[in-house]
Design a protein around this ligand. Structure first.
Ligand code: NAD
Length: 245
């Protein structure tokens, strides 16, 4: 479904991002995995040797426009284009308002929101030149309901939905589609870091009766990256088993 296309997947070293990178590779794309550290990028690449020279690693500071532009230019140089951007990197938080430090709040805003803006701007410049592309943002089911602690996290995901819907309208004229995937509870390190009772409580309330698998979320990323969604832009697709928070 993606033969001849090139994708950048931020936070592609593990969890949902790694599943997305693998899904894109399995569907014929060239993939650049963007991670926060060379060491984790190398570890992920070591698990993808079967894909040969169709995969590479980058690790720019995702909030630094110059570093991101240089890294994306290197991807284009290596593979010839940049057609798909999966803005997947993200961090979670459950901190109570009373305990939140401005530093922690800023970190969430930086990686979950500012990085989405920086990467989208750099990728859209290349996509516009090339005649189009597809950008997929990581939202969350909490962008609908909020959550009872860690207010910074849902704040960023509401903002990601707003940016998705706005940029879908702004970039349509450049044939760049912008959509978001809103996972529910998905079995990754982010969820493993939550207290077990919390995960059990959340899972019990999921109509489909279980957390999602990263690969199931990656299917939605494939849909938005491919021509299957050629008339879809500005959508936020929930992949959450109909979870109600
Ligand atoms: P994860 O913690 O397993 O992986 C997060 C990825 O983001 C890692 O690859 C990590 O290296 C990367 N990352 C974090 N900070 C970074 C930084 N400063 N620079 C570059 N990369 C950085 O998380 P996940 O569960 O796979 O989540 C992926 C995305 O899906 C996130 O945006 C998250 O908010 C969203 N999401 C996850 C769930 C879930 O239940 N797992 C639910 C809803 C939304």
């Amino acid at each position: 479904m993606l033969k001849g296309k090139t994708a950048v997947v931020t936070g592609g070293t593990r969890g949902i991002g790694f599943a997305v990178a693998k899904k894109y590779l399995d569907n014929g794309a060239n993939v650049a995995i963007a991670g926060s550290r060379q060491e984790t990028v190398d570890k992920a690449l070591a698990q993808l040797t079967a894909y040969g020279d169709r995969v590479m690693g980058i690790c720019p500071d995702l909030c630094d426009p110059d570093a991101v532009a240089a890294a994306f230019a290197a991807v284009k140089e290596r593979f010839g284009s940049l057609d798909i951007l999966a803005n997947n990197a993200g961090v979670s938080s459950r901190t109570s308002l009373y305990d939140y430090t401005l530093e922690e709040f800023s970190k969430i805003i930086d990686i979950n929101l500012k990085a989405v803006f920086v990467c989208t701007q750099a990728a859209a410049r290349l996509m516009r030149e090339a005649g189009g592309g597809s950008i997929i943002n990581a939202s969350s089911m909490v962008s609908e309901y909020g959550q009872p602690s860690g207010c910074g996290y849902p704040a960023t995901k509401f903002a990601v939905d707003g940016m998705t819907k706005s940029l879908a309208r702004e970039l349509a004229k450049d044939h760049i589609r912008v959509n978001a995937v809103a996972p529910g509870v998905t079995k990754t390190d982010m969820v493993a870091a939550l207290p077990k009772e919390m995960v059990d409580r959340i899972s019990a309330g999921i109509p489909l009766g279980r957390p999602g698998e990263p690969d199931e979320v990656a299917d939605a990323y494939l849909y938005f990256a491919s021509d299957m969604s050629s008339y879809v832009t500005g959508a936020v697709l929930r992949v959450d088993g109909a979870a109600m928070n």
